[in-house]
Ligand binder design. Sequence first.
Ligand code: NAP
Length: 266
Amino acid sequence: MANRAVLITGAAHRVGKAIALYLAEHKWDVGIHYKGSKQAAEHVAQQAREFGAQVKTYQADLLDPDQATRLIVDFTNDFANAPATDFGSSGSAIERELLLVNSASIYERDRLENLKVDDWHRHLDLNTLAPVLLTKEFTRDAQAKRCVINILDQKVTNLTPDYLSYTVSKYALYGITKMLAMELAPNCRINGIALGLVLRSGDQSEEQFQVEFTNTPLNKGPVVEEICKLISLIAQTRSMTGQIITIDGGRHMVRPVPPYDDFLDN
Ligand SMILES: NC(=O)c1ccc[n+]([C@@H]2O[C@H](COP(=O)([O-])OP(=O)(O)OC[C@H]3O[C@@H](n4cnc5c(N)ncnc54)[C@H](OP(=O)(O)O)[C@@H]3O)[C@@H](O)[C@H]2O)c1
């Protein structure tokens, strides 16, 4: 058993999966959350166990506040305390270092002209409210040291009107990260990582994906290993809270121009 454990939401695939496997390889025990991808989550868990990590999987639909709360209760019951003997000392159980990475998200295209109220609520409920509810339960014990990292998007530092509901949800989470850093200090820290385009989405071809980087100063976006290393760095930097780090190849510095469509139809 490691002396630290992480819960990653949406960890069956893509960015969340990469974070889970990287931290498992670097001596973290891991909670893998999924909503619908049970088989993929179990596969990630198996891969993580091969690094020697203690691993559990958790199913929850984070659009349901009760399921969000239960996820944290189950994770902390499983991982918050380790028998002191596991670390070679005697006495009562030892409180372990716990990290929550809020990565689960929906990312759907809309603009003002085709905005649907349901889509707005789903984005806000999953991308904003769920991380807040998870953080609330995760930091319920005011004495326990906890760390939270919210996965944001470079759009929060370079607003454009496309992906309206998604961008609003991440922009709100950007503000919440700073607000809760004040609220939760001194025992808990909360930070964010704002990502540029990392992985192809939907039915985007590789060619279309590469075109996205022609308008990016470094001609590339972040790779998943950089995201993982940054998560590890934030977890270890105990004087850091309320901070958002953007890794996006410099995309946030590109001045938006009409029609302000971040995801080009190539
Ligand atoms: N990918 C990029 O290029 C990029 C760029 C900028 C920012 N980001 C941010 O990075 C993070 C990860 O991105 P990603 O592309 O890896 O994510 P993703 O593949 O779009 O989604 C991750 C997971 O979210 C889970 N999810 C969806 N609805 C849910 C619900 N109602 N309850 C619980 N979980 C739900 C899904 O789990 P199941 O499969 O188990 O159903 C899914 O696998 C996101 O926060 C995203 O906004 C990504």
